[in-house]
Design a protein around this ligand. Structure first.
Ligand code: SAM
Length: 280
């Protein structure tokens, strides 16, 4: 390719079905001088399938500053580098942020090659509101921290999207049913674009039983999506949350007070803000 200017490509690769690889991604990987990959052995399979012979270099979450510097050195020396991860779009619950950040700070052009991304595919087929959503990535692995994270999201009104490991999925859905309520709708999107693709929508309690009773639903790669909370009416706010809000309003502007009170109580920020307006 021989660019005059340093160029870092961020290349999406398939999340299952290799036929989802976009032609531009193949061209870029074939013509780059170097491909930085999360797991070079894993990527070798993709390379063989598409006849890509470009040298691979490891770049993962545990790569140190020295590794990042080495890659930046390659770029600054005029080489074209492409970054890929094991599957999907790099930087989406995958390594690459530090490299992209420093590359941009040093004036290196960063070019995305769009393609597969598990949460976008899941959201597109889930049947939950997709106009506004929040991508939460992986929840904490330990149950206590996970419950705390879910409690913080109890008032979230946008559709929430999570990645989850198969051995934790049953417990996570149970915790969601407990915290978000049995009737809240959710979707499990499993093995997207692969042989056992399953996309199933049900209220959380029902989904929890369905997943627990069928070990097959606890296998493979999983995206969980949960419908956002119904907007809370100010008349439904509990006295303790209102007390916290009242105290904060004495020190802070209403918007800021509502944001902090929501963090503390898990109550919806908008409902707290609306309540503050009613107090005037
Ligand atoms: N960078 C990837 C992307 O663009 O989606 C995500 C990488 S993250 C380390 C891996 C997680 O993504 C899996 O544990 C699973 O939650 C989700 N995932 C990846 N491929 C999937 C698939 N084919 N079906 C469902 N979920 C998938």
């Amino acid at each position: 390719m021989g660019p005059d200017k340093a160029l870092l490509y961020i290349v999406a690769t398939p999340i299952g079905n290799l036929a989802d690889m976009v032609p531009r991604a193949v061209e870029v990987l074939q013509s780059a001088d170097l491909v930085a990959a999360e797991d070079t052995r894993h990527s070798q399979r993709l390379f063989s399938h598409f006849n890509i012979e470009t040298p691979l270099a490891a770049y993962h979450d545990h790569s140190d500053d020295q590794r990042t510097e080495w890659l930046l050195g390659q770029l600054e020396g005029g080489k074209t580098v492409a970054l890929i991860s094991d599957a999907g779009t790099p930087l989406i619950s995958d390594p690459g942020y530090r490299l992209v950040r420093v590359a941009r700070e040093r004036g290196i052009q960063v070019v995305p090659i769009p393609g597969a991304c598990a949460f976008v595919a899941a959201l597109s087929a889930a049947g939950l509101p997709s106009d506004r959503f929040t991508f939460e990535g992986f929840l904490p692995a330990k149950s206590q921290a996970r419950e705390k994270a879910l409690q913080k999201l109890a008032g979230e009104e946008r559709t929430m999207v999570f990645y989850e490991a198969p051995h934790r999925v049953a417990d996570t859905i149970s915790a969601m049913a407990e915290i978000f309520g049995a009737e809240r709708e959710a979707v499990i999107a499993r093995e997207i674009s692969k042989a056992f693709e399953t996309i199933h929508l049900a209220p959380l309690a029902e989904l929890s039983t369905w997943v627990r009773e069928d070990p097959n639903q606890q296998r493979g790669e999983i995206v969980l999506l949960v419908r956002g909370a119904e907007p809370q009416k100010t008349s439904e706010l509990d006295p303790e949350s209102l007390r916290v809000m009242q105290l904060l309003m004495g020190e802070l502007p209403p918007k800021r007070a509502a944001a902090i009170a929501a963090e503390i109580t898990g109550v919806n920020k908008k409902a707290l803000y609306n309540w503050s307006l009613e107090q005037k």
